[in-house]
Ligand binder design. Structure first.
Ligand code: ADP
Ligand code: MG
Length: 338
């Protein structure tokens, strides 16, 4: 008998959870992305103790029937890609089919869902194992509550930071998700207090105002530009509005929030000498390009991305913002026609 064994699914889920579920905000991100992929127009997130006690995400998306609801917790269960070619033209936020399995393996989950055609269903899982399943009255959509995160992985639990730090990460994700989806009404509630609320009317400036304040939103100028392979647009703050962190530059590629060092650098370069040292602008930038040019399958959290034709994109970014800033500075905002 050889020594190599195929590990059981439960164990492999727990190992994968180490990559996908780092902290409460990872759960918020994955659950909200699922709600977005399900076509929701309204998504509400309720956190207790920054999500350490519980994380509840309620959506009005497609919901699931009984078969899908049960399958959704298996590893590599996804409704989003089915063949190899799909991997190179991903439009949905999820595709790896491992978030729910990973989350469930390190927490207690209560799922309520209905596809609007069949009666609703309630499933309860404990550390990835189904402990109860029963029909329940529920409107179309999904409501998922994750509690006691990391109850069975003490090392991970110990590594978590303060409530304030963990909450900060979740707020960060919610802000980006709201910015990348202005047509969805988002609400984030922590210990009963509302931290973010957007109206879902599709107006980016209104989302910017909800996040960064009305006064700052008024000091942001729009830009847009296009090259052979890329289209970009967004809002950039006047040089008088700066922050001490690069975190206020949000870059979205085909609707997905990404961290892209070179694009950030192109943005900062565009401001050139207008920015004080160690200060950064508030920028919201949407980049659209053929999904073939982007590789999001670099890391499970999908935050990093590989872009082809950077030599075309980076000057496009830099010039678009530089032109917008220059014309805004030379023409006082009040005199500019809408
Ligand atoms: P992925 O998003 O990569 O497909 P997940 O583990 O996050 O993998 O979800 C597994 C599947 O469960 C999804 O492909 C989707 O079919 C279903 N699902 C998860 N969350 C929802 C939701 N809020 N509404 C409808 N379907 C959902
Ligand atoms: Mg997902």
């Amino acid at each position: 008998m050889g020594k190599i064994q195929i590990m059981d699914e439960w164990l492999s889920n727990k190992i994968a959870a180490g990559e996908v579920v780092e902290r409460p905000s990872s759960v918020v991100k994955e659950l909200v992305e699922n709600a977005i992929d399900a076509g929701s127009t309204s998504i509400e997130v309720f956190l207790e103790e920054a999500g350490l006690t519980s994380i509840q995400v309620t959506d009005n998306g497609s919901g699931m029937d009984e078969e899908d609801a049960l399958k959704s917790f298996s590893r590599h269960a996804t409704s989003k890609i089915s063949k190899e070619q799909d991997l190179f033209r991903i439009r949905t936020l999820g595709f790896r089919g491992e978030a729910l399995a990973s989350i469930a393996s390190v927490s207690k989950v209560l799922l309520k869902t209905s596809d609007g055609l069949h009666s609703g269903l309630e499933i309860e899982l404990d550390g990835g194992h189904v402990v109860s399943m029963k029909p329940t009255a529920f409107r179309k959509g999904t409501d998922i509550t994750v509690s006691q995160l990391f109850f069975n992985t003490p090392a991970r639990l110990k590594y978590l930071k303060t409530i304030q730090t963990e909450l900060g990460h979740s707020i960060d994700y919610m802000n980006r998700l709201a910015l990348s989806n202005p047509e969805i009404a988002f609400k984030l509630v922590h210990n009963g207090g509302t931290l973010l609320q957007t109206n879902g009317r599709g107006n980016v400036q209104q989302v910017v105002a909800a996040i960064y304040g009305v006064q700052n939103a008024k000091k942001m100028i729009s830009f847009s530009a296009e090259s052979k392979d890329y289209k970009i647009h967004g809002f950039a703050s006047l040089p008088e509005v700066t922050r001490a962190s690069k975190n206020y530059m949000s870059i979205f590629v085909n609707g997905r929030y990404v961290k892209h060092y070179l694009v950030q650098k192109a943005i900062v370069d565009a401001y050139h000498t207008y920015l004080p040292i160690e200060r950064y602008p508030i920028v919201v930038m949407y980049i659209e390009g053929d999904p073939y040019l982007t590789d999001v399958n670099v890391h499970p959290a999908k935050l990093q991305i590989r872009l082809s034709k950077e030599q075309e994109l980076l000057p496009l970014v830099e010039n678009a913002i530089r032109n917008a800033i220059r014309s805004a500075i030379h023409v006082p905002l009040a005199e500019k026609k809408e």
